[in-house]
Design a protein around this ligand. Structure first.
Ligand SMILES: *Cc1c(COP(=O)(O)O)cnc(C)c1O
Length: 342
């Protein structure tokens, strides 16, 4: 049996030989004492890239998001996000558990909110209502099929949050995928958001790691919250070295993942039982089937061909391209999809 083709997530990548070599050669120290030079270099590098003052290296994107939410809110506050948001759906109820906040879930377009929608959901200053405090955006939106925010809309949301005294956080787990498509400069994102979370372990191909970026004051507080969550790591420079390598070498190549995903999305359109394929601009393909049976049959059929894809809700599937999916594998998947088409 040849090695399976792994399309369930872009988190399945293994470090390349060159990344492993960078990790092996890393200079390290105790990062809880602030003495790991490679962690410090990664935090500074990512922060400067986005025009932010400081960065905080964390074990996961869930942790960077949860720290940001805790840092921007007080108990009883309300957080606004889209109903597809990772911070709401996939972080174990962390907004309630870690921050004691309520959530105002809005129904945007493919996971994207507009300034207008946010404005009409800000609570008045009244003893009955939670205080609206934080807006969380996601870019690209995982459950939106990797949908990308329009910069003009983000600029408007930024302006609105300023005027209304709201904080604005970006879950940028796949922000680099958006950057290579839109060409928007990272510094612009840095100006719009009070804090940005980026993941190194998704499309960038690192084994572990996310970064929270923000002002020096905010990151100082974030560091203390990371400590209480048990996220302080010691010789984390070995992991940070992978991050530095990825920022230097794995951003531009995301375009290849996007091209391969677009090819697969095109083929999904004619697969038996498919009723809808979400627009595919980045590395995520989401397709919906008529019913759960057809979805399950399709997943099982691909599995028998050595192709692993993920069920995404009761009727949909998700395929994600990444560093460990090459043209040859893409062609094999394409053949399998075409065979399964009507
Ligand atoms: C993967 C992901 C995260 C972070 O997930 P971890 O597994 O905790 O690193 C956050 N937001 C989005 C949109 C994601 O896809």
């Amino acid at each position: 049996m040849p090695t399976p083709i792994e399309l369930r997530s872009d988190t399945f990548t293994k470090p390349t030989a060159a990344m492993l070599e960078a990790m092996r050669a890393a200079e390290v120290g105790d990062d809880v004492f602030g003495e790991d030079p490679t962690v410090n270099a990664l935090e500074q590098k990512a922060a400067s890239m986005f025009g932010k003052e400081a960065g905080l290296f964390c074990p996961s994107g869930t942790m960077t998001n949860q720290i940001a939410i805790r840092m921007h809110t007080q108990p009883q506050d309300e957080v606004i996000c889209d109903r597809l948001a990772h911070v709401y759906n996939y972080e174990g109820g962390g907004i309630a558990y870690n921050s004691f906040c309520s959530v105002r879930l809005l129904e945007g377009h493919l996971g994207r909110l507009s300034a207008e929608m946010i404005e009409s959901n800000i609570n008045p200053d009244d003893v009955h209502f939670p205080r609206t405090r934080l807006v969380c955006l996601e870019n690209t939106v995982n459950k939106g099929g990797g949908s990308i925010y329009d910069s003009a809309e983000v600029a408007k949301i930024h302006q609105l949050c300023r005027e209304k005294g709201l904080k604005l956080h970006l879950d940028g787990a796949r922000l680099f995928n958006a950057l290579v498509v839109t060409g928007v400069r990272p510094e612009d994102h840095g100006r719009w958001y009070d804090s940005i979370s980026i993941c190194l372990s998704k499309g960038l191909g690192c084994p572990v790691g996310s970064l929270l970026l923000g002002s020096a004051d905010d990151i100082k507080r974030a560091r203390k919250i990371r400590k209480v969550l048990g996220g302080g790591m010691r010789q984390a420079g070995f992991l940070a070295a992978a991050g530095i390598y990825a920022l230097d070498h794995h951003i531009h190549r995301l375009k290849e993942d996007h091209y391969r995903a677009s090819v697969l999305a095109g083929a999904m359109g004619t697969v038996n039982g498919v009723t809808k394929v979400l627009p595919c601009l980045t590395n995520i393909v989401i397709a919906e089937f008529e019913n759960a049976q057809l979805q399950q049959d399709f997943i099982r059929h691909l599995a028998s061909e050595g192709i692993r894809i993920a069920a995404f809700g009761p009727k949909a599937i998700r395929m994600v391209t990444h560093l460990d999916v090459d043209d040859h594998q893409t062609n094999l998947v394409l053949e399998a999809l075409n065979q399964y088409s009507n």
